[in-house]
Write a protein that binds this ligand. Structure first.
Ligand SMILES: [Zn+2]
Length: 211
């Protein structure tokens, strides 16, 4: 608590009260954000980087919400994962949504990430309703993967490239030769095997990948 002695002369009790009120609101907003992120699947690395709450408090909050300690250690993700068949389609859907939000709304920062991720989950829900869709354990792209994807894009390791056949925008390695690029839907490798795409799913996916 600040005493009058510590407050510079020009500060009145009123502004002091306002500041305390503001910091209480800030703190509550940060907590709300952390809770939302934890529920979406965020781990400590993301929480510490996107909120102003200390790691110690985040760990306690995580335990409180999830009932278990947060997983320790760095994220093992490499850019390769985002380029494999099914993850690539899901990563591309998410990145298209995120870019659309960036270009067409005022939403930015972590809010843009959570909004884009929420819209991605809705899209996956729509896809799951199509016949023959291979249901997995939860969404292919976790929030942590989505967040990592954006960091790879930010560091110019990954980018999007338009498919020369369908025109959809897909995640590619920045350092690969992407001339006459054919996306994973237009060029399905045999190893995709059990994830064979029906025309219906292909159409739904393609729809999600265009503006
Ligand atoms: Zn294509």
């Amino acid at each position: 608590m600040l005493t009058n002695m510590q407050v510079p002369a020009r500060h009145t009790h009123l502004t002091e009260a306002k500041q305390v009120k503001k910091s209480v609101i800030d703190e509550s907003e940060q907590l709300q954000l952390a809770i939302k992120l934890i529920n979406l699947g965020a781990r400590l690395q993301l929480l510490a980087s996107e909120t102003t709450i200390s790691r110690e408090r985040l760990t306690k909050l995580y335990k409180e919400i999830k009932g278990i300690s947060p997983p320790k250690g760095m994220l093992p993700f490499s850019t390769d994962w985002f380029l494999t068949w099914r993850p690539n389609i899901h990563s591309s859907i998410f990145l298209n949504i995120y870019k659309f939000l960036q270009e067409n709304t005022e939403i930015s920062g972590i809010e843009a990430i959570t909004t884009a991720y929420g819209l991605y989950l809705e899209q996956v829900h729509t896809l799951e309703k199509t016949a023959d869709y291979q249901k997995g354990d939860g969404p292919v792209l976790s929030l942590m993967r989505a967040w990592t994807l954006l960091r790879f894009v930010e560091h110019k390791l990954l980018k999007t490239e338009a498919c020369s056949s369908c025109g959809g925008n897909f995640v590619v390695n920045t350092y690969d030769l992407n001339q006459n690029y054919l996306c994973n839907l237009c060029h399905v490798p045999s190893r995709a095997g059990k994830y064979q795409c029906t025309d219906k799913i292909k159409h739904a996916h393609a729809h999600a990948l265009h503006d």
